[in-house]
Write a protein that binds this ligand. Structure first.
Ligand code: ADE
Length: 426
């Protein structure tokens, strides 16, 4: 750990800051909504004196969120939300150019990752921005004495919200938590178009394979799965979807995809992408059935969707690294090679740069406004999972449209009256 501009930090190489700064400013050009929020925050200082921990993928887009929070008066400590997603130049620039304490190194071990979570909690935050709920879970498990200090938290992901809901059900969630992922201006765009594009970007950057004509299996047809399937079809893949939810399965069928169980898809797929938020959705029995050279990756939050322990057992030896983020396991039973990308961690952030700034603009507008909302409503919101008010969602979409130079219609007085009355029928 080192200190510069009198902040503590743990980053790979502070000398990478100039490149990081330039890339952060490049991303900012695609984040007009967050920029407007930052400008307002700079004038109004709604977060004056607020101590924040932000656990996020340390990317150029997150850096722009951190700038907005800092402009609002918050003192933020940033930590990685995944050991493989940090952009080291961005981490360096945040420390060196913005004086923000960052604890994040691409490729950090799980121990280092957990140590960073604890270091962040040592700063005694009022508000936690979480991505996967690891910080909130650590706080509950290990820092009971700090719970009373927390005004609230925000959560970026579907996975994290599932964990928060489990905490709420178990009666252990002691403060309000804003489910940022559930805002329409978050999951409609970030999960669908963001994951759709960045997942294919990660697969292509890692392997340089042609997607056209390949059987690409999407495991899970939530918003992320929909995005991956849509974009893979656009690249010419024959997309197969696997699901456990009958409604989502029907949706996939009517969207024009083949739907079948993973046990059947296992022997047909050339490329597999998991986006379920659940564990071992591709397990040993599925790896055993795969074609020689099948490529497998994950774009869900945690690295447990692929059972890599079972795969390692089937191989009987460690994988061979063929290229960065590409590891090949040779199965003992039939000699087939199964290729795993990004060690089963989010491929879009491990091998590429995550979602493009234009969608993160709306996600992080939601984060910034959620923090402001928690501060404004301090002491008023009951413990539990909350949504941001729908007007905030609509306002973010309106600002995005304005930034894109697109105008839309408004209801006439006659139309407004019609849709709000029950008397007029046919
Ligand atoms: N999650 C997915 N893409 C991201 C990005 N570019 N920055 C931060 N979090 C992300």
């Amino acid at each position: 750990m080192s200190a510069t501009r009198s902040v503590e930090f743990d980053v790979k190489d502070i000398g990478l800051a100039p490149q990081g700064k330039q890339r952060i400013e490049w991303a900012e050009r695609e984040m007009p909504v967050l920029r407007l929020i930052r400008e307002r925050f700079a004038e109004e200082k709604p977060l004056d004196g607020v101590k924040l921990v932000a656990c996020a993928h340390i990317t150029t887009e997150t850096a722009n969120l951190a700038r907005a929070l800092q402009a609002g008066g918050a003192e933020a400590v940033l930590i990685a939300s995944n050991p493989l997603s940090t952009q080291d130049d961005v981490a360096a620039a945040l420390v060196s150019d913005w004086g923000i304490p960052v604890y994040a190194i691409k490729g950090e071990s799980t121990d280092t990752y957990n140590r960073h979570v604890r270091t962040a909690l040592d700063s005694h935050p009022d508000i936690i921005i979480d991505d996967g709920s690891d910080v909130v879970a650590t706080l509950l498990k290990e820092r009971g004495d700090q719970i009373k200090e927390i005004v609230g938290s925000t959560e970026e992901t579907t996975t994290g919200i599932q964990r928060l809901e489990a905490m709420q059900k178990a009666g252990v969630l002691p403060f309000p938590s804003i489910a940022v992922n559930n805002a329409q201006t978050k999951h409609f765009f970030d999960n669908r178009y963001g994951t759709g594009q960045s997942t294919l970007d990660g697969i292509i950057r890692a392997t340089n394979i042609l997607l056209a004509g390949r059987n690409l299996v999407v495991v899970g047809y939530g918003w992320c799965g929909k995005g991956v399937a849509l974009r893979a079809r656009g690249m010419g893949s024959n997309v197969i979807v696997t699901e456990i939810d009958p409604i989502k399965a029907v949706e996939a069928v009517m969207d024009g995809f083949r739907v079948m169980p993973i046990a059947q898809a296992a022997s047909i797929g050339d490329i597999f992408v998991t986006v379920t938020g659940n564990r071992h959705v591709i397990d040993g029995e599925h790896f055993s059935r795969m074609k020689d050279g099948a490529i497998v990756c994950n774009s869900g939050h945690f690295d447990l969707e692929l059972n890599l322990v079972a795969l390692r057992e089937l191989a009987g030896s460690d994988p061979v690294t063929m290229r960065p983020f590409v590891q090949e396991y040779k199965l003992q039973s039939n000699g087939n090679r199964v290729i795993v990308l990004g060690e089963g961690r989010l491929i879009n952030l491990a091998a590429a740069e995550g979602h493009p700034a234009s969608v993160m603009d709306m996600s992080f507008a939601n984060q910034a406004l959620s923090v402001e909302y928690l501060v404004k409503k301090k002491g008023e919101l009951p413990p539990g999972v909350h949504l941001l008010p729908v007007e905030v969602d609509t306002e973010i979409a309106s600002l995005k449209l304005r930034a894109l130079g697109i105008s839309i219609d408004t209801l006439t007085a006659e139309q407004l009256e019609y849709i709000t009355s029950w008397e007029t029928g046919t």
